[in-house]
Design a protein around this ligand. Sequence first.
Ligand SMILES: [Zn+2]
Length: 509
Amino acid sequence: MNADLILASGSIRTLGRSGLQAFSHLAIASGQVAAVGGPEVMRLKGPTTRVIDMHGGAVLPGFNDAHAHVVYYGLTRFGADLGGTRSVDEIVKRLREHGRSLKKGEWQLGLGYRVDELAELRPPHRTELDQATRERPCYIDERGGHARVANTASLEAAGLMGPGQDPPGGRIGRDRNGLPNGLLLEAAMRLVSDVQPPPPIERRQEGILLAQRLLLSRGVTSVGAAVNRGFADDLRAYQRLADGAQLKIRINEFLSWELLEATSSLGVLKGFGGPMLRAGPIKVFVDGGAERVAMRSGGGVWRTTPDELRSLVERASRAGLQVAAHAIGDGAIEAMCDAVEAAGATGLRHRVEHCTICPADLQARLAKLRMVAVMQPTAARFGRVASALFFPARDRKDLAAHGPLMKAGVPVAFSSDLPVSSDPNPWPGVRAAVEDQVNGIGMLAALRAYTVGGAFASFEEDHKGTLDPGMVADLQIYDRDPLNEPTASWDQLRPRAVLVGGVRVFGRL
Ligand SMILES: [Zn+2]
């Protein structure tokens, strides 16, 4: 067999059987790793083989970002960018500027503010948005994705301007006179999004391409595409891009809990799909965002009650489908463990997304139930430094418990939760996980959580996630070895080139 491509004289780490050991040569044939080793790999060179001298450059498997909101991120690119705003006035100003680009009657969206970054330490009031938007419906998202503010026109469109009741698992913010102030939390957010005209599929496709470009430029070759709502249109958008040979990143598309019945009636089983696009887990929210997590000690929001969760996990398991449950607080994680145990479904690798506050007894249960923790390693830093604002009192050991979870035998996959973190670059997360003083892990464990960890979470670890021979040639190339660079510079780390299935999809070789 002749190789199609040989990378020679590099510093190549498989992160597989030989861990962090560096090899000089790697050969690719038919989209897969054909051999890895020393100069003897050159015997696979044939008349048409391309050989690239790496001049000591580094090669790693492509990252697998196990939980990033691909379509949502893409769509927000067409709204007002509210990232970095420091006051309500600044939000209003940016909305006014962005509004000039919109057609008459078109809804205005925006994303990226955070209440704790605003001088007022409160979200804008609907009447403040009205100053910029007037009659135009406007709906903006806080960066965490669990709180939104609607202006008066969009509240009217949703029939919410009178008195009314909070929906289960959500809250409608109100003034003292009982009228909505514009704030919609958790499950209440859908009351307005349900009346918002859905974006055309062309816009979804454009959004996916924007997200794809960003992710590939950060070395991400596979992504768990998380969803907030059940739009089957997302799958269609990916499929159309794949048909047009425009889909370059491998997608494991989550399916909203609202699609469970449809998915199981179709007979779709876990892992359904092909090498570029797969139907992923059924996604459900158990508790709220960081400010409203469900703790055993009480408090927080239950977007899905423990009884509803038990029924959902039972139905999904019976249909042969994996569940990915958003659960941040120990109460929510415990409810998911109870649900999986009741369903007797230990072979489906049911996932806990975030898994942020997880004490030892729950770590042991996750391991016993053969569940997967899909975490955002930057929470180790963010959580410890800034969490006093959000999280209830807790044992520091229980927060971002990467090390203890792994020691307990729980497979851990890392992710960015884009656009909750605005840059999906995995390296700052790897750094946070390795340098964490409380629950820190080794470099190999951190890199594996960001590569084969995600492949395991989507049942693909037998062919993806390391550069052992026989695995798909999804890899990233760096001019200089990241592991020899100071970790403080990792925020700026970018691969020189990225290959998916042995084909260049980003940068230059
Ligand atoms: Zn998410």
